[in-house]
Ligand binder design. Structure first.
Ligand SMILES: Cc1ncc(COP(=O)(O)O)c(C=O)c1O
Length: 476
């Protein structure tokens, strides 16, 4: 019988906090009849976000083409949707039940390239686009290509989305953490990058890539154009491949901020030597189609021989699922003005994005009113990384601890906080230690996806819990 001692230690060592122990406990409590507010994961439709009509109408007809022949269909489905579905079926006549090319259905890759061209006003090559089962598979493919030995290191943000740390561990590589600057809205800081790279190299690590998440998970930060330029220059100088995780590109809530893609900034800089992988997904933005597992990666500045290997890697799992490819098509080529489905599409999109913006504001503003809690009000993505300033128990002096001891100690403390929060209020958030944090700091990550009324209730529950929790800590 297979037991844990027989399995790959890299799997045992990899951690994925957003579905970790706190979530297991939440599920146990739910099974006992407790109401749980799941704020642990960016899964919009699990938190009552409705799917977009346009997307679901397309999927419905593509999955069951005989509906196109029914007399009721023109009354139930928009005219442009019916036309679109006929086009999809013409371009992909084998339907959703057949494998596609390894890189994905060609007309969808072309549509992705057009989307990038329109978004950024830059050229994009459909032959350098691969449709993936969500962005996760794209990131995993890139890391699989890049990690060649146990000395190869990938620079990842701290805090980061644990897909990165877990995959690097799984592949037997090394994480080179770089801290994001909480005092500067979680932007990247060049001197921090330089220091973390130098420290890794001193240890004999060979840095091969840098991963950047923009807009940020778990930080909710949106990187400025200058910051991206700095990162590209840094990567170029140190011969690092860039992994640009841009799955939250539609989730920018501040009028003063704008999403800039790495591809656009790199094009403007005329940079042709640094390899860039960019990732996008149907799971986030206003689509929230997490379950359909759709997305794409685009690669720039890659050798033909290396790209062939990437295609081979895709071939090993045949192709991305076809429904996910179709949803990716719907994302990159939405209804146009004048199409029958256009108005509904725009209304649904705006209502989702406006609600997210409003909820980010409520969450951030109300949490900041609580003594001992502070948060950079999220300007993007779907999360707030909330800082906790908790009193130390009697007899504990953090100044006498090493960084390692502090990290370990605070990991236990933020875990305890999140577990108590769950037990006492039913709110399920993720301890900051699951994403990484500066020694001596403590956080939790929460989404602001639940409906507005729940967010309003949630901040009151957190406030009341926090006051009691701090009193308890003081009394120990
Ligand atoms: C930064 C980031 N990248 C990638 C993913 C994975 O997305 P997908 O569902 O497309 O695999 C997530 C999911 O939360 C994420 O937050």
């Amino acid at each position: 019988m297979l037991t844990i001692k027989d399995i790959n230690p890299n799997l045992i060592n990899s951690q994925y906090a957003v579905r970790g122990k706190i979530v297991s406990r939440a599920q146990e409590l739910e099974a006992q009849g407790r109401k749980i507010i799941y704020c642990n994961i960016g899964n919009p439709q699990a938190l009552k976000q409705k799917p977009l009509t346009f997307v679901r109408q397309i999927l419905c007809l593509v999955e069951y083409p005989p509906l196109l022949e029914k007399p009721e269909t023109p009354k139930l489905f928009s005219k442009d949707v019916i036309e679109r579905v006929k086009f999809i079926l013409k371009e992909n006549p084998s339907g959703t039940g057949a494998y596609t090319q390894s890189a994905g259905i060609p007309f969808i890759r072309k549509a992705v390239a057009n989307f990038i061209e329109k978004r950024d006003n830059i050229p994009s090559d459909p032959d350098k686009i691969i449709l993936t089962d969500g962005a996760s598979k794209g990131v995993q493919a890139a890391l699989t290509m890049l990690i060649k030995s146990s000395r190869d290191g990938v620079m990842i943000p701290i805090p980061q989305y644990p897909l990165y740390s877990a995959t690097i561990t799984l592949l037997g590589g090394v994480q080179i953490g770089y801290y994001l600057d909480e005092t500067n809205h979680w932007q990247l800081n060049e001197s921090i990058l330089v220091k973390s790279l130098a420290k890794a190299m001193e240890k004999g690590i060979n840095p091969v890539a840098i991963a950047v998440i923009n807009p940020g998970n778990p930080t909710g930060a949106v990187l400025s154009y200058d910051n991206i330029q700095m990162i590209i220059n840094f990567a170029k100088k140190h011969n690092l491949t860039i992994l640009a995780d841009e799955v939250y590109q539609e989730n920018v809530y501040s009028e003063e901020l704008k999403f800039y893609s790495f591809a656009k900034v790199m094009y403007d800089m005329n940079e042709t030597q640094t390899t860039l992988f960019s990732f996008h997904s149907v799971s986030k933005g206003f689509f929230g189609e997490c379950g359909h597992r759709g997305g794409y990666l685009e690669v720039r500045n890659i050798g033909t021989d290396a790209f062939e290997q990437l295609i081979k890697l895709q071939s090993i799992s045949l192709c991305a699922n076809v429904d996910g490819q179709i949803v990716t098509y719907a994302m990159v080529d939405p209804p146009k003005e004048g199409d029958e489905s256009y108005d509904v599409y725009v209304t649904e999109k705006q209502s989702i994005l406006n609600a997210l913006k409003e909820k980010a504001e409520i969450l951030g503003t109300e949490l900041n009113k609580i003594k001992g809690i502070s948060v950079d009000i999220p300007k993007g993505a779907m999360y707030a990384f909330v800082k906790l300033d908790l009193p130390y128990e009697k007899g504990i002096d953090p100044n006498t601890m090493s960084d390692e001891e502090l990290l370990k100690y605070n990991a236990q403390r933020d875990f305890n906080y999140c577990l108590s929060l769950l037990e006492e209020t039913g709110i399920c958030v993720v301890p900051g230690s699951g994403f990484g944090q500066l020694p001596g700091t403590m956080h939790f990550r929460t989404t602001f996806l639940p409906p507005k009324e729940e967010i309003e209730r949630l901040v009151v529950l957190i406030r009341d819990f926090h006051i009691k929790y701090v009193d308890r800590l003081r009394s120990y």
